[in-house]
Design a binder for this molecule. Sequence first.
Ligand SMILES: C[S@@+](CC[C@H](N)C(=O)[O-])C[C@H]1O[C@@H](n2cnc3c(N)ncnc32)[C@H](O)[C@@H]1O
Length: 231
Amino acid sequence: MSSEKWTAFWKEHGQVSKSSSMQEQVLRTYNKQAVSETVWSNTLQYITDHLELQRDDVVLDLCCGNGLISQYIAPECSKVVSVDVTPEFVDSLSKLDLPNVETVCANVSQLEFPKGSFSIIIIYAGIQYFSLAEVVSLFKKFAYWLKPGGRLFIGDIPDISKTWNFYNSPEREAFYFESCENNNDVVGTWFDKQWLLKLSEYAGFSHTFAIEQPMEQIYSHFRFDFKATKK
Ligand SMILES: C[S@@+](CC[C@H](N)C(=O)[O-])C[C@H]1O[C@@H](n2cnc3c(N)ncnc32)[C@H](O)[C@@H]1O
């Protein structure tokens, strides 16, 4: 499924999910159950531990949704620039009027920033909405936008080696192959860890790590996380 189809999907979802919970709005659900508060608060702590946030960090939060991560990390850093394509989500974060959060309603693929604008880039539960070709271009931009020593954290990445942990019954497998035939996988793009590690080296990153998620996280059976440092 192309990123244009995904942005259309999310824009429609943003309109119909206005009265849903914050977690349901960003579809952080499994078997129609939203993630529990305890698991989500542990996940936020886990993300910030990996980011190693410093007071002077300037953070770019891409595909930020309604800002569940941005608003948590904002008090710990100098500034957060939060970008999402869904107007309702960006509005709900803007309305919080957080002093050091700047919101941008835009397609991540079309963003431009000056060289070295950020010390951290995070994209959590968002990379699957881009094709492999778009991800190559994005990695080059991430390397350009980050200062030397800046950190990239990509979370909740569909792991191609665990496809059958997700499509885990004959019915789900049939659904998967039908969606493949229509180029319409409900998860989005699946990634090979080695592919991401090689891409990040090619794009100018070092200290690259694919990270297994803690088992309590609701998608840990088919997703992984990734971090890298700009050379
Ligand atoms: C699963 S939600 C994750 C939201 C947030 N990162 C979080 O973890 O709470 C995915 C988000 O990606 C956004 N998105 C998808 N494609 C995008 C694109 N091309 N540019 C900007 N945002 C996009 C959607 O609007 C949605 O808010």
